[in-house]
Ligand binder design. Structure first.
Ligand code: BDR
Ligand code: CA
Length: 341
């Protein structure tokens, strides 16, 4: 079976990515490491435990990692995922932080990879601080990975956090730099614009835009108007009800003009982190990718945190990353459906 280690800043789409892994056949999640990002690392730990509880998989070990980037302070994440990072839909029976492992996330990452050399796929859906610290403590770590799957960076200099910066890279540019330059293992990137070009459809979205018209039309609609996202959430399961609760906030946030500008033309639902996870889960998910050396801008006034793609060879780097371009979206939908079954 496939062995995964997942580094998250849960985060609604991180939650979706974790659930994708837990819903996949023949996959063992060896641990989930937490880092600052969409909210404080304490909230991330709490949210991650909630996700595991919703999936009845609280036996998977969860580790707390870095609470801020390598340099400076935690970036203000904005409120797309809610103040608590998980849609501000609290659960009074949420598992307590006493369920966290005592071991630090970075040590756990190194230990788990050392125990399974050549076998672990590391899926990183958050600022890369834990991964950067891990390679400093154990330089041989990347060579022992089966693969590294990252949601982060951008290819068309369209930012969702600064003019040119994607959130995970902008939240810790130094860490992203270290990882892209020192993890010389097969590396797959689900960048921001790629996720925007691969949105999933939802009627919830367009209809909530026109609530009055929808109310008038509803009695006359005899056919199903459900698009992917609606069908996905309407599944009769505990996991689907949990997702509907934590997802409402994102549905509202996605209606804002700011988000419309950020997410590149067209309405739809983007589960950014799930694309990186899907690639780790299914080797045939990526149909086409660009293969180039990549790095991160650290000093630009407007461009700090922006990913740079070296199509010519200026960086004199031999290691190239696979930048996802075309993926099997039908397969993706199947995996997403299975995640909430
Ligand atoms: C990334 O930033 C976070 O808000 C999401 O969880 C995702 O990992 C998208 O830029
Ligand atoms: Ca994330």
């Amino acid at each position: 079976s496939k062995k995964l280690l997942v580094d998250v800043d849960s985060g609604v789409d991180d939650a979706q990515a974790i659930m994708l892994a837990l819903g996949a056949p023949d996959v063992t999640v060896l641990g989930v490491t937490c880092v600052h990002g969409n909210t404080t690392v304490e909230n991330v730990c709490r949210n991650t435990l909630r996700v595991l509880k919703a999936c009845n998989q609280l036996e998977i070990p969860v580790f707390k990692g870095a609470d801020k980037p390598i340099l400076g302070n935690m970036l203000d994440p904005g409120h797309f995922h809610g103040q608590d990072g998980l849609g501000d839909a609290p659960d009074p029976n949420a598992p307590g932080l006493d369920l966290l492992q005592k071991e630090n996330a970075v040590s756990a990452m190194i230990r788990i990879v050392n125990e399974n050399p050549g076998e672990v796929s590391l899926v990183a859906t958050a600022p890369l601080t834990n991964l950067a610290l891990a390679v400093r403590m154990e330089p041989s770590l990347p060579s022992k990975l089966r693969g590294l799957y990252i949601m982060g960076g951008n290819t068309e200099s369209r930012g969702n956090t600064s003019v040119c910066g994607e959130f995970n890279f902008t939240a810790d540019p130094e860490a992203a730099y270290i990882v892209l330059n020192e993890y010389q293992c097969p590396t797959y990137l689900a960048c921001w614009e790629f996720t925007c070009h691969n949105k999933l459809s939802w009627v919830i979205f367009s209809l909530t835009f026109l609530p009055h018209l929808w109310k008038m039309l509803q009695p006359f609609v005899f056919f199903s108007l459900q698009e992917f996202c609606d069908t996905w959430l309407a599944q009769d399961s505990h996991k689907a009800r949990f997702m509907s609760q934590i997802f409402q906030h994102s549905i509202e946030a996605a209606k804002t003009e700011r988000f419309q500008k950020e997410c590149v033309a067209g309405a739809g639902f983007i589960s950014c982190d799930s694309y990186a996870m899907a690639a780790a889960l299914d080797d045939s998910f990526i149909i086409e990718s660009d293969c180039y050396p990549v790095s991160v801008e650290l000093t630009g006034t407007h461009t700090r945190g922006m990913m740079v793609v070296d199509t010519v060879g200026f960086l004199k780097k031999t290691h190239k990353a696979f930048i996802m371009k075309k993926v099997d979206l039908e397969r993706f939908k199947q995996m997403m459906m299975a995640a909430l079954k």
